[in-house]
Design a protein around this ligand. Structure first.
Ligand SMILES: Nc1ncnc2c1ncn2[C@@H]1O[C@H](COP(=O)(O)OP(=O)(O)OP(=O)(O)O)[C@@H](O)[C@H]1O
Length: 226
């Protein structure tokens, strides 16, 4: 069997001894699949994603994520740092010490993958929220990331751009053989994933069929059908 792209084994993380956030948390995402992470407010979803990205170190347990790893934040303005689209996508390649033609080729390939090659010279400030998120994803594609971690990337988008983004990520995962874990509160996005995890008080309490987990989370939150 192929090794999973993401493995979390009995991970515990706390900000202080009286405030455990992740408690013996375990999950696996198979390579080449698109999984979502659900849970009530404060259940530890963002913390888990940050542990997976190496931004936080757990007190115990093991994490194994296939490198390179790309991270997409809720607010793209916290992530896009260069003045133009092309420069921003190229910025992530600095450490790889590529030649100029190699950088151009990586940037072209990545922008084509997210259908934004026509915006290469556009200033970042002139983009819509959905376009900015696609540029953040293009940055990860340019770095040839194996794994994409996305923390509520559609939270600031309108419903049309929201579903455009999730369907585009689904296609990218399938076409490029990448693996993604996507945190969401917007349950209509579950249509697009291969499977889901349900987090409660820092533990994965259920996993598998997205629609079954959707119903379970709605019961937990007392939500009506959307
Ligand atoms: N920097 C921090 N310092 C202290 N406590 C924190 C910090 N960041 C998060 N927490 C706490 O950790 C717990 C889990 O937060 P986290 O953001 O991971 O949950 P979440 O499931 O992503 O929540 P939401 O759905 O509201 O985004 C919460 O109780 C939160 O208050």
């Amino acid at each position: 069997m192929t090794k999973p792209a993401i493995v979390v084994d009995e991970v515990c993380f706390q900000w202080s001894p009286t405030a455990p956030v992740l408690q013996s948390c375990s999950l696996e995402v198979p390579k080449g699949e698109f999984w979502m992470l659900l849970g009530t407010n404060g259940s530890g979803k963002s913390t888990l994603l940050r542990v997976l990205a190496g931004l936080l170190t757990p007190q115990s347990g093991q994490v194994d994520v296939m490198p390179p790893v790309g991270f997409v934040f809720q607010n793209p303005d916290h992530q896009l740092v260069m003045p133009t689209v092309g420069a921003d996508v190229a910025f992530g390649l600095v450490e790889e010490k590529l030649s100029i033609p190699q950088i151009r080729q990586r940037v072209d390939e990545a922008l084509t993958a997210v259908n934004l090659s026509h915006l290469q010279r556009r200033p970042i400030y002139a983009l819509s929220g959905g376009q900015k998120q696609r540029i953040a994803i293009a940055g990860a594609i340019a770095r040839h990331c194996e794994v994409l971690l996305l923390d509520e990337p559609t939270a600031l988008l309108d419903p049309d751009s929201q579903l455009d983004l999730v369907s585009q990520v689904q296609k990218l995962i399938k076409h490029r053989g990448m693996t993604a874990l996507w945190v969401t509160h917007r349950l209509d996005e579950l249509e697009y994933c291969d499977g889901a995890f349900l987090l409660e008080q820092g533990q994965v309490i259920d996993r598998g069929d997205p629609q079954r987990l959707r119903r379970r989370l709605m019961q937990m939150e007392g939500r009506q059908e959307e």
